[in-house]
Design a protein around this ligand. Structure first.
Ligand code: NAD
Length: 491
């Protein structure tokens, strides 16, 4: 068996940011510590960038973009370089996976089997797609030609969360680079390391200097100046709804840059009267909430269940929760490591205590384990007026609510300010279609929890999303401008 602790002990962490193809310190020389949430140990000191570094990164991205060194390449040439990057990610899976597990507290098996392969897969998919897409010609009289073309938007800033650090970076840079843009990435301050390592691999793959810049630091010091910058053409953001909405203000108060936001969620699974195999449903839904410590935007943190299945589902969920393996993220058997930080632990515990005070029943869990571990938690008797029904907890905590009828179950699922994901269990094909349409969510899984695949658009309704989608060729829309070229053939 691979000894991940030994690999962790021998890792060298990247310590410099990437601007204009050069690894460097922050202009101020300042740093901040990034820690291992499993042990509390400092892993590395990372540059604490500020507005001066943002200026330098935007200038280098703009220069690269206008030079055509990347934006001016044939899509097939960009493809070759991005495929090389995907191969390098695959070759360095173990190193990247251990770094991710240490920095974010994510279970190593998930990092090795999901996060890192999906990062490579995403970059490869967009690289492969780009040279197979055609522009359009509009219907016109024979003496005119109306071309409808997509062009790269220019300088893109990507502001990232900490829950899937590399995968979210790939979701942004994959389509942004494939479509010919120059990009500035700002990783979450909790998880900067793998983003910087990916920068090294991108240079090795042949991404030209200035095309991919990576600057680390705090939201107000780096994220906000990027959001307000007059020479950034688009911001793509994944994170909380509160911060996401600020980018709309930054844009309105600067250059009306394009803004695409992937934000929070309070996704519901709905178990209809005709659903069968409750143990299977419980197993799927345990994964849908406990996976990645519940630190997953699409986590199904609510289950709305027809009263006929209510008791059975709660009993089966409890069985799942108590057998969920929590512990050391570097142990391959671990399913849940620690929460990402003590601040986040305080938020999760606080919301659970609110749930208890408001009268929800703790079936299992409901308390912290060792260190920053939070025990997988099932709440029953949750009603729509409770905070734990409405607010994103972003921890391994599921709220189960009883419905009197199928119609009421769908109505309860939609009673949320969020609309990212939903799951529907039924054996009736007509109900599957009808209710999948009725659920107000960007992705609906039927008889399975699903976020779709790299080929399908991902994003949210209501306060879960704004301005576009990640994944699929639909993601390319946020990184390109649509242009009409009208040619008068009589001229
Ligand atoms: P966050 O909003 O706190 O931080 C996200 C990023 O924004 C970080 O890089 C942070 O430094 C930056 N930031 C913070 N304050 C800022 C400011 N004032 N101005 C500009 N930038 C600022 O989110 P998080 O805690 O890192 O991630 C958790 C959240 O992300 C959850 O709500 C989760 O649902 C959401 N999320 C959504 C998706 C999705 O695709 N919809 C995916 C993953 C996570």
């Amino acid at each position: 068996m691979t000894d991940y602790r030994a690999i962790a002990a021998s890792l060298t962490f990247p310590k410099k940011v990437l601007i204009g193809g050069v690894f460097q310190d922050a202009a101020s020389g300042e740093t901040f510590e990034t820690t291992d949430p499993a042990t509390g140990k400092v892993l590395a000191k990372v540059p604490a960038c500020g507005p001066e570094d943002v200026e330098a990164a935007v200038a280098s991205a703009r220069k690269a973009f206008e030079s055509g060194v990347w934006s001016g390449l044939h899509p097939t040439a960009r493809k070759a370089i991005l495929l090389k990057l995907a191969d390098l990610i695959d070759e360095n899976t173990t190193e990247l996976a251990v770094m991710e597990a240490l920095d974010a507290g994510k279970p190593i098996t998930d990092c090795v089997e999901i996060d890192i392969p999906e990062t490579a897969n995403c970059i490869r998919w967009h690289a492969e797609a780009q040279d197979k897409l055609y522009d359009q010609i509009a219907p016109s009289a024979p003496d005119a030609v109306g071309l409808i073309v997509r062009e790269p938007i220019g300088v893109v800033a990507a502001v990232l969360p900490w829950n899937f650090p590399l995968m979210m970076m790939a979701w942004k840079i994959g389509p942004a680079l494939a479509t010919g843009n120059s990009v500035i990435v700002k990783p979450a301050e909790q998880t900067s390391l793998t983003a910087l390592r990916l920068g090294e691999l991108a240079l090795e793959a042949g991404v030209p200097p200035g095309v991919l810049n990576i600057i680390t630091g705090m939201g107000p010091d780096v994220g906000e100046p990027l959001g307000r910058h007059m020479d950034v053409d688009a911001v793509t953001f994944t994170g909380s709804t509160d911060v996401g909405k600020r980018f709309l203000i930054y844009s309105a108060e600067s250059n009306a840059k394009e803004v695409c936001l992937e934000m929070g969620g309070k996704s519901a699974a709905v178990v209809l009267e005709d659903a069968t195999d409750i143990p299977r449903i419980a197993e799927i839904q345990a994964g849908a909430i406990f996976w990645n410590m519940g630190e997953n935007c699409t986590a199904n943190s609510r289950i709305i269940v027809h009263h006929k299945h209510y008791d059975a589902l709660i009993a089966e969920l409890a069985k799942q929760a108590v057998t969920w393996v929590v512990g050391d993220p570097l142990d391959p058997a671990t399913q849940n490591g620690p929460l990402v930080s003590s601040e986040h632990m305080a938020k999760v515990s606080g919301l659970v205590e609110t749930g208890k005070k408001q009268g929800a029943r703790v079936v299992c869990g409901g308390e912290a384990g060792e260190g920053l571990i939070y025990k997988p938690t099932v709440f029953a008797e949750v009603t729509r007026d409770m905070v734990i029904f409405q607010e994103e907890i972003f921890g391994p905590v599921v709220a189960v609510t009883k419905a009197d009828s199928d119609e009421q179950a769908i109505e309860l699922a939609n009673d949320s300010s969020y609309g990212l994901d939903a799951t529907l269990y039924t054996r009736d094909i007509a109900k599957a279609h009808k209710y999948a349409r009725a659920l107000k969510a960007g992705t609906v899984g039927v008889n399975a929890y699903s976020e779709g695949e790299i080929s399908t658009p991902f994003g949210g309704f209501k306060s879960s999303g704004f301005g576009g989608r990640d994944n699929g060729v639909h993601a390319h829309e946020q990184y390109t401008e649509l242009k009409t070229i009208w040619i008068d053939l009589n001229g």
